[in-house]
Design a binder for this molecule. Structure first.
Ligand SMILES: Nc1ncnc2c1ncn2[C@@H]1O[C@H](COP(=O)(O)OP(=O)(O)OP(=O)(O)O)[C@@H](O)[C@H]1O
Ligand SMILES: [Mg+2]
Length: 400
């Protein structure tokens, strides 16, 4: 094509056209407006499969927070990073920003004092906080993570209320939070909610977070608003395909659109990846069905080499067998007892493998004892790399 591709395959890459999320964004608008006006709202948690568009949605909501002049900060949780250090640093910046307001200066000192004591206790890289750098604080931390975070949130919330400002944290990849960190965050938000202080969060993560939240605190079901981010509807998928091209004067034939929808099943990441592949291999101002058909094998090859393989390679042989057994079940989600039957094992003996796969974020429990893949179309990939769905531990015909 004459122009660079308008498609945006890639984690968190804001698409040229954010399709199918209008009502979610309208809802977020209302929530943030209410928060900005001093009416606290339930924190919101977006959950959904890999590549479905949680991060870009979170970023779009963040833009609204910017427009409404909220005090906000974006945190991306990583397996090897401490959430507590991240939230402490983010809070510090927000408190500093409020500290310039004359009426809340006093409260600011208190909040920063708590924060200081807090960081000394919890920063895992403690050696970076020598006594010389940290001024002695009159606010001594309790040493209990939950209590300290709560105290800090309350102090920050009081400051915000007095300054007539509102605070919002955007927290991505929430499933990587450690249990004690999540517990502390839930406790702190619970307290802030009781006191009706203007602090809220927008979080995003894999479907397993629903279960994790419930396990950490049973009341978290009522404390948060959980919103599923699902694949795009037929019409939204069409818009995601057609609109970025149309901006550059390129149209898509009906058959081409149909084919792209069929291969992507409405998953935003797949739409972007496939459209990008087509774009780079097509000349002229019309994308035809034949162009899509030519691009599909390359698209699948790219996914198989990257998106899917990265996840597959993180699993052990035993876990691979479990995954192939899931595909052999036929219909997904499937039951653990069906998987156990196929593997000729007892449910109890394969439960640890199931737990490991959930912990690695490859599968999740859909409820009612059923499991499914966290990565869309992982079953198709597994069939491509192992068409007979041979399970090593039992052999091709099912004999052990
Ligand atoms: N509503 C949408 N319309 C069009 N494209 C979208 C939409 N949402 C996401 N995308 C595209 O889909 C891809 C994945 O988006 P994103 O990284 O936000 O997904 P995610 O759910 O956060 O995935 P992960 O769980 O891996 O973090 C990106 O290439 C992005 O440009
Ligand atoms: Mg993401």
């Amino acid at each position: 094509m004459r122009y660079a591709s308008p498609y945006t395959p890639g984690a968190g890459a804001m698409p040229r056209y954010l399709a199918g999320r209008e009502s979610m964004l309208e809802e977020a608008d209302k929530v943030l407006e209410a928060v900005a006006m001093g009416y606290p709202q339930k924190p919101v948690i977006y959950y959904g499969l890999r590549g479905v568009g949680k991060t870009v949605l979170l970023n779009a909501v963040e833009e609204k927070a910017e427009e409404l002049d909220l005090l906000y900060s974006h945190i991306e949780i990583a397996e090897k990073r401490s959430f507590i250090v991240q939230i402490a640093n983010a809070s510090k910046k927000i408190i500093h920003r409020m500290s310039v307001i004359e009426s809340v200066k006093d409260l600011g000192h208190k909040a920063l004092g708590i924060l200081q004591a807090f960081q000394v206790t919890y920063n895992p890289e403690e050696q970076t906080f020598t006594a010389g750098i940290v001024e002695p604080s009159m606010y001594v931390s309790s040493g209990v993570l939950s209590d300290d975070l709560t105290e800090m949130f309350v102090a920050m919330g009081r400051m915000a209320a007095k300054a007539r400002r509102a605070v919002c944290f955007f927290i991505d990849e929430i499933q990587y939070m450690k249990t004690n960190e999540l517990e502390a965050l839930i406790n702190a938000l619970h307290r802030v909610n009781q006191l009706r202080l203007p602090i809220t969060i927008y979080g995003a993560g894999l479907p397993k977070i629903l279960k994790i939240f419930g396990e950490v605190k049973s009341y978290s079901e009522r404390l948060f608003q959980y919103i599923q981010v699902a694949e795009l509807s037929d019409q939204a998928a069409e818009e995601a395909i057609v609109k970025p091209a149309a901006e550059l004067g390129v149209t898509c034939e009906e058959g081409a659109v149909r084919e792209i929808k069929e291969w992507s099943k409405g998953y935003p990441f797949f739409i972007q990846e496939l459209c990008n592949t087509i774009w780079e291999r097509t000349e002229g101002s019309v994308i035809r069905q034949a162009d899509v058909e030519r691009a599909v094998p390359i698209f699948l090859e790219e996914l198989d080499k990257g998106f899917f393989k990265i996840r597959y390679d993180r699993c052990t042989k035993k876990e691979h067998d479990f995954l192939f057994a899931m595909v052999r079940c036929g219909d997904l989600p499937c039951t653990i007892s069906n998987v156990a039957n196929i593997l000729h094992k007892k449910v109890s003996s394969i439960s640890p493998t199931r737990a490991q796969l959930i912990s690695k974020g490859i599968i999740y429990s859909t409820g009612y004892g059923e499991i499914d893949f966290t990565v869309p179309q992982f079953d198709r990939y597994l069939k491509r790399i192992n068409p007979e769905l041979t399970i090593e531990s039992i052999g091709e015909n099912g004999e052990e």
